[in-house]
Design a protein. Structure first.
Length: 313
């Protein structure tokens, strides 16, 4: 079979298992979930973009998170909604590669963005007098470019290693396309894929975890040592919000990766964890930041009031 023949294969995703009576409720629920994700993330994105008060390093870095969340949700929801409506679980080989790339691009992006935000909070709290000198616009641009460049380079390489093979199977073991499920379609030696996959996991999971542990240990030490109660409370509130978002993503992703590599793991648990990575962070990220970050919350309320008033007029 040639590569071109492989690229024309129709792959089959795991059935959704919906009865005739479940189709409409599932479609409505999925559509509402997707619309809520898009609305909440666009609200955070637009508020930061139009509010000059939020044009600070912390919020400019945060601006990248809703972009990543929208990519992840859009990679998953439109296709699954189409599957629910048509009861068709087929996907083309190029379409599967594209979906898998976008799903992993979203996950990697979130991890790297949250690491950069942890570094920003570390500088702001532990080195406040040097903050403006370190977190300049030039530094900020370099951090953001590095995040997306590393993300794209890793994911492009990961899926080029998959695309070089012909598939010998057409039944995917998951509800959506991802790297582990696509590698299982290949009957040839995938040792290089496995080694690069492990390297990628170490980069996107290990490095952010080390950054978070170090920065938050330093932040905690600074908060304990400071005598300013208000500054300590604000620092803990800001960092607590960021830590909650990071832990949701880290725990979800870690368990999903572990279950994928366990031969005896329940496929239902694996699929549930895989889907949760694409649903919970994109929903919870804008809500947690919007409610717990006072400055962002105030600007969101002002933005909504301003636009509601202008609509009425």
């Amino acid at each position: 079979m040639s590569i071109n023949a492989s690229s024309r294969e129709l792959l089959t995703l795991v059935p959704l298992g919906l009865s005739a009576t479940d189709i409409y409720p599932a479609f409505i629920f999925g559509t509402l979930t997707y619309l809520i994700i898009i609305f909440c993330n666009l609200l955070v994105l637009t508020t930061i973009a139009v509010s000059k008060k939020l044009h600070k390093p912390m919020f400019i870095l945060l601006l990248n998170l809703p972009i990543s969340d929208i990519v992840g949700a859009t990679a998953f929801f439109p296709h699954v909604l189409w599957s629910i409506a048509t009861q068709n679980r087929h996907i083309s080989y190029p379409g599967c590669i594209t979906q898998a790339f976008l799903v992993h691009f979203y996950g990697t992006g979130n991890m790297l963005i949250l690491s950069a935000m942890a570094y920003d909070r570390y500088i702001a709290i532990c080195c406040p007098l040097r903050y403006n000198a370190i977190m300049t616009s030039h530094t900020l641009i370099k951090i953001i470019v590095l995040i997306w460049l590393v993300n794209f380079s890793l994911m492009f390489t990961l899926f080029m290693l998959v695309a070089r093979f012909n598939v010998c199977r057409t039944n995917l073991v998951d509800l959506y396309c991802n790297n582990p499920s696509m590698v299982k379609l290949i009957c040839e030696d995938t040792t290089v894929n496995s080694f690069f996959g492990i390297f990628t996991i170490l980069v996107i999971m290990g490095i952010p975890l080390l950054v978070i542990i170090y920065t938050y240990a330093q932040i905690l030490r600074t908060c304990v040592m400071t005598n300013q109660t208000d500054a300590r409370r604000k620092a803990i509130q800001t960092c607590g919000t960021h830590l909650a978002v990071f832990l949701i993503m880290q725990i979800n992703t870690t368990f999903t990766l572990i279950v994928h590599r366990m031969e005896g793991a329940s496929p239902y648990i694996r699929r549930a964890l895989g889907v949760s990575v694409l649903i919970f962070p994109p929903i919870l990220d804008p809500i947690i930041y919007g409610l717990k970050t006072a400055e962002l919350k105030q600007n969101i309320m002002m933005f909504l009031k301003r636009n509601l008033v202008s609509t009425k007029l």
